[in-house]
Design a protein around this ligand. Structure first.
Ligand SMILES: Nc1ncnc2c1ncn2[C@@H]1O[C@H](COP(=O)(O)OP(=O)(O)OP(=O)(O)O)[C@@H](O)[C@H]1O
Ligand SMILES: [Zn+2]
Length: 487
């Protein structure tokens, strides 16, 4: 990526201030970013990908604009209870029972599944990827600080955060005191001072396998505390950007802020939330069961088309999942790659001639692209700039010879902006899948030609085809059902 002085004019929408603000990191040139990661109890769906791709682009854009980014995203492998409330079974334990696995087997299975999906989508690897179960002491320490400062209390089965002791609770989501938490049993409600109090630590019942010793007996942490503890540990107080899905704004992020700040640790300075990927207007979610896994989508779509679909709408807009959306993403993506491949094909033989007008247009699109990303990471506008570039590049290529400097400039624009910043031209997964499809289709043709020769008793030609294939490592087998090929 280009090395440049950190750009001072990046604007982002801060959920906390409810407006677009100019981004100023605490340490010049460096950005600390935290993103709430997956609860690893099932395969990731397209909704998760919307979140991951959105923040991957934020990270890549900041890098492009000259910042060094430390990107921390967690793995929730304990404490996330069903219904997201203080009650119910741990999502991982429920899954472990269902699949007859150890809870940590469930965590590992779906963690690695998540990693492979993210790799396919060309998401950059996190700088640090901490797990909740690996940070129990840090979570206990934070809870102790909260108790010591009078912001948490121990009751029958849990340690709770005392919401009434912290008047700022609600500042992120704008929720009022009278909003109640949902889905909690009467018994749990009774041991709380306020129904909105949330669990920091829960005592484990005898049959609960995931348990750790703590000053409050054997148990496990509440869901929210891990993010406060791990983001502070790896990014420090007052770190720059905290991201996550809009659905996590309340109670999860509200709780994260309260836990950190009530313990005396200034928390994230900017809050960014992606909107939801919906299906039939409803949030795609594991618990609703209306999801399509990335694994399934990756068997039919080029991963880069999935990525292109997701960045074609702004991270703060809703993306509606549909076949038509995939069709238009496929053709849009193809438009870009075809132009790029054509100009790369023409480059080696291009004349050393200056095409000033085209060069100027390219520079204009580069500027428009960067302006779009400086404006709250507006990817649809950035993509529009790439389409504009494509229209002009295609017109020039169709019009005859184009000089090498202009082709170089266009190529650099595609590779840097589309490739490095939007992450769209991942060489490996995308092209591999393309190649597999192309090879399959070509082999189909070759076998048909060979069949045609054989039917017409042109055995010499049929054998010649087979020998050529053998020479490149492809074997053809004739069976009763017809000819088959393998490598
Ligand atoms: N449909 C979606 N669109 C965008 N982001 C999503 C979507 N679903 C989940 N996320 C984000 O992915 C992260 C992990 O979400 P989570 O594990 O709760 O998924 P989920 O499908 O909502 O599961 P559950 O239904 O069990 O709550 C969160 O930051 C969440 O905001
Ligand atoms: Zn979190």
């Amino acid at each position: 990526m280009t090395q440049r002085t950190p750009d001072p004019d990046i604007y982002l929408y801060d959920t906390l201030q409810r407006r677009k603000v100019r981004f100023e990191p605490t340490t010049p040139g460096r950005v600390g970013m935290y993103l709430c990661g997956p609860t690893v109890y099932s395969d990731a769906h397209l909704g998760h990908a919307k979140k991951e791709v959105s923040f991957d682009v934020v990270r890549r854009a900041l890098m492009h604009f000259g910042y060094e980014v430390r990107y921390v995203t967690n793995v929730t492998d304990v404490g996330h209870l069903q219904n997201d409330s203080d009650d119910g079974e741990d999502k991982l334990l429920a899954r472990a029972r269902l699949e007859q696995l150890e809870p940590m087997e469930v965590a590992d299975k779906y963690f690695w599944s998540f990693v492979s999906d993210m790799d396919a989508l060309n998401i950059l690897k996190p700088s640090i990827n901490p797990r909740a179960t690996g940070h129990i002491p840090e979570q206990i320490a934070l809870i102790e600080e909260l108790i010591a400062r009078g912001h948490a209390y121990e009751s029958e089965s849990s340690v709770y955060f005392d919401v009434r002791s912290w008047p700022e609770y609600g500042k992120l989501s704008g929720r009022r005191l009278d909003d109640q938490e949902e889905g909690t049993r009467e018994a749990v409600r009774e041991e709380k001072r306020d129904p909105r109090d949330f669990a920091l630590w829960k005592r484990a019942e005898p049959a609960h396998i995931m348990r750790w010793t703590s000053p409050w007996g054997e148990g496990f942490p509440g869901w929210h505390i891990e993010c406060s503890a791990m983001s502070l540990k790896y990014l420090g107080e007052g770190f720059d950007i905290h991201g996550g899905g809009l659905d996590l704004q309340f109670p999860h992020h509200e709780a994260e802020i309260a836990q950190a700040e009530a313990a005396g640790h200034p928390f994230a300075r900017y809050w960014m939330h992606n909107n939801m990927l919906t299906i039939g207007g409803e949030k795609m979610s594991k618990s609703k069961g209306n999801f399509t896994t990335l694994k399934d989508l990756l068997t039919v779509h080029d991963p880069m088309v999935i990525r292109f679909l997701l960045i074609s709408s702004h991270y703060r807009s809703i993306t509606e999942f549909s076949d038509a959306a995939f069709d238009s993403a496929r053709s849009g993506y193809r438009r870009l790659t075809e132009a790029l491949h054509e100009l790369e094909r023409r480059l080696p033989s291009a004349p050393e001639r200056e095409d000033a007008a085209l060069r100027e247009k390219i520079a204009g699109y580069v500027a428009a692209f960067e302006d779009a990303l400086r404006d709250d990471f507006n990817t649809p506008r950035a993509v529009a700039a790439l389409f504009g570039l494509t229209t002009d590049v295609n017109a020039a290529l169709n019009g005859g010879e184009v000089g090498r400097p202009a082709l170089e400039a266009a190529r650099a624009a595609y590779r840097t902006l589309g490739g490095d910043v939007l992450g769209l031209f991942a060489d490996s997964p995308a092209t591999q899948q393309d190649d597999t499809q192309v090879v399959g289709a070509l082999m189909e043709l070759v076998l048909q030609a060979r069949q045609h020769y054989r039917l017409n008793k042109q055995y010499a030609q049929a054998d010649a085809l087979r020998e050529t294939l053998t020479a490149v490592g492809v074997t053809v087998e004739d069976t009763k059902e017809g000819s088959r090929w393998k490598r």
